[in-house]
Design a protein around this ligand. Sequence first.
Ligand code: PLP
Length: 442
Amino acid sequence: DENSNPTETGTDRSAKLYQKALKLMPGGCSRNTVLRKPNPLYAESAAGCFVTDIEGTQRVDFANNMAALIHGHAHPEIVTQVSEQLQKGSAFTLATEAEVDYAEHLCSRNSGFDKIRFVNSGTEAVMSCLKASRAYTGRAKIAKVEGAYHGLYDYAEVSQTASPATWGEVSSPNSVPVAFGTPQAALDDVVVIPFNDAPRAIAILDKHKQELACVLVDLLPHRVGLIPASTEFVVALREWSENNGALLVFDEVITFRNGYGGAQDNYPVTPDLTAMGKMIGGGFPVGALAGKSEVMDVMNPLNDKVLFPHSGTFSANPVTMVAGLSAMRLFDTEAVAKLNAQGDKLRAIITDAITQADVPVCVTGAGSMFRIHMKATPPTNYRDAFASPQEAKLMTALVDHLFDNGFMMINTCSGTLSTVMTDKELTHFAEVLVAGLNKLKP
Ligand code: PLP
């Protein structure tokens, strides 16, 4: 959608604002993922699961700021906590009690979180995990899954744009640099493995035994089709890393919402480090990394030698800390179970809609996340999940239909639930979806 024609106009006020924005920011915005239908619409306000744009149109929000909101918008409890903190000041060079309270809370949610540090984005959380792994092991290389998105750090983004035009052997990331100018050195230090194929992944890892600092994996990678990692795959990665002196890092920037202690609650495996972000900020910019004490201690300034000097001007910002703590306290074990059950219900509703419309479409996802594919059968890996030009066209048409009928999705026709959504929104979504699927028929 980044290529949509900027001369097309949407509704008047937004279109006008966009013309001004185009002169000020490349593409008229600060993030390429901003929703354009056909130009960006500008948000006026939001409450609960509804967002209202500056033209006054209200929509149900399944995008949740790219999966970053767990209680929808302007939750009264979070607004109160944030307002109180703002009165006291928003950033200090001193540490705050809010940081300690939130660190205590997050560490209590997962027995693998001995220690935690806060940063400002998921990108920074993943970057810090990779740097901590290098500092701890003294090795340079990292391994990641083909196509998986982990933010903007040079190493983490290798292969995230892999497409049929460029892919060769999965293990040769050199054919798929992300940005013009990505240093060859970054490409040389990344090993790419296929998703959910333990034997092939292990064979590739074995070739870099002595050099790998860590294996980075997302348990429900969005770009890989939003299909859960198999237990067999995750256990194999854990065993391989343990046997070969590498660390296992989970990217739970999105998936942390799927369990009280993250999606990893569903696997018989403890990673050495976990990257978090998005929903743990309660609506404010955030990232965090947590894990084993001895690994986290590479950042410890009280050590004689700090192996990974780690800092950030706005890290553990007290506004984020109180918002996050408040959001996560509300997201207790009961709320997690309820939201995951709503996710199961929504995926069943979508499956019903597909059956009713009788179209070659399927739904994937787990917990409170879902993705609709213009394919008859669910994909099993990144190459399978890749949308053909025809599928991409149909997907955009469906996202547009949903948008025009009151539902905001992420552009890949995926979304997340928030705790403030009710069955009413889900039932209405089913009706609109059936109509949209029927429109896709040739
Ligand atoms: N990791 C995953 C799995 C993500 O989905 C994202 C963002 O979408 C990131 C990392 C990067 O997070 P941020 O956009 O906060 O830098």
